[in-house]
Write a new protein. Sequence first.
Lengths: 260, 265
Amino acid sequence: MPQLPVARRCGALIMSLVETQDMSIRIGGHVALRNVDFAIDAGEIVTVVGPNGSGKSSLLRAIVGALKPHSGTVKRQAGLRIGYVPQKLQIDETLPITVQRFLDLPGRRGRAAKHQALRRVGAEELFERQMFALSGGQFQRVLLARALLDNPQLLILDEPTTGLDQPGSAALYRLIEEIRRELNAAVLMVSHELHVVMSSSDRVICLNGHVCCHGTPDIVASAPEYRALFGTGTHGALALYRHDHDHTHEHENHEGCTHA
Amino acid sequence: MLDDFLVRAVLAGIGVAIAAAPLGCFVVWRKMAYFGDATSHAAILGVALSLAFSLPLVSGTLAVALIMALVVTSLSGKGFAMDTLLGVMAHSALAAGLVATSFISDVRIDLMAYLFGDILAVAHADLAVIWIGAALVTAVMAFRWSPLLTATLNADLAHASGIDPKREQLVLTLCLAVVVAVAIKVVGVLLIVAMLIIPAAAARPLARNPESMAVGAALIGALSAFLGLRMSYVYDTPTGPSIVCAAAGFFILGLMLGRFRVRAH
């Protein structure tokens, strides 16, 4: 089944930022993902959920170009600027590197641009600090700052709140949301925090080796495939979503499309 | 000036120290020490082969070091336990090299010279080989520094920036083979890894950035070569091991200074 983004289904002629067609990925002989049709449009927040080993990171890595599809295609818009925050980046103490030098990789940046990116994520005081000495939250902010340096059209975040406590991850998600609004960038992220997913995503893709189900959060939450994977009472996430209608969900531009 | 064997020895030592410094940093950062051992121990097999076929020493060692490095690279990330595999290959290569040299009966070879180096016997041609090799490796490292560093931090991050981490790994592998081939005369196969790792590790506590660690390692390596030679000359100690001892002294000094600096903060 073709899983085109909402905008496309509405008939708008917008070229997606990234589009995969019937993409399958193998890692070491094992099929990590099969027949994935996926696309993301400018300004959208799309969250990928799924159990461990369901191919979430593989999807992101294929979009970034770190994995080559075994079959099918990945099409990126020409000249697309991607800001990428990988999962599990660790900097060992054997490698001395200051935050500002880290922001210079792989290409040198102006001092002002580095300061500005750090200020944007509320981490300007870390400029001369050693990377290995940062706390989990500080580290994620620096990674986010690095991803912002290119003024990305698409931010790709692989479990950005891994290792953060509840307030820390809430703050990071707020920051991501703010940045997205400022840059009008699309965000594609993997998250395990279902209540966040449900409240802040435009679309949710539920993976389990293939695309189980997809759509707006409420559609996915009520999909039997999703319930089979996550149950109905997962951390009260669904209940939380369903009763939390007193704020807006940025669905405005899609309204009347998906439910038509 | 170059006619003085001591001057040639110092120049050879400094050449190797400079080439080994940035590469040694990557060996430390990427935890490739055993990889270096496997490559350098294989070089003794290269020595045996060059002698058997009357080829220049550097060609045989370079060829075998390259083959070893490429074999290890291709096996890595294929589900083998790397340290076991490298342990097997490093020591098998060394043993095979030693056995192979015993078959070469018509050439009297001084095995010790290849195991521990013979820097005082560096001839003009050797010096040229060392400096050409060192210049080549240093140039490659300087040229590819940023992509190498990015790939060392995280493979996916490198991919996202259009850098192929496999290619960067190959660059390091090739450089390692070159350094092994040129350093064999200076410190010998058993101590090449020491010249890679110890100066880099000694520079670590004093460095704030990757570049300063590499430059520090080069200075410490060059100083170690100089001091080791001096010690060897004055006390008649074996030269290669003396150089490594000097480097070890800098490592301890670096640790102490690093502690002091941490406390001063």
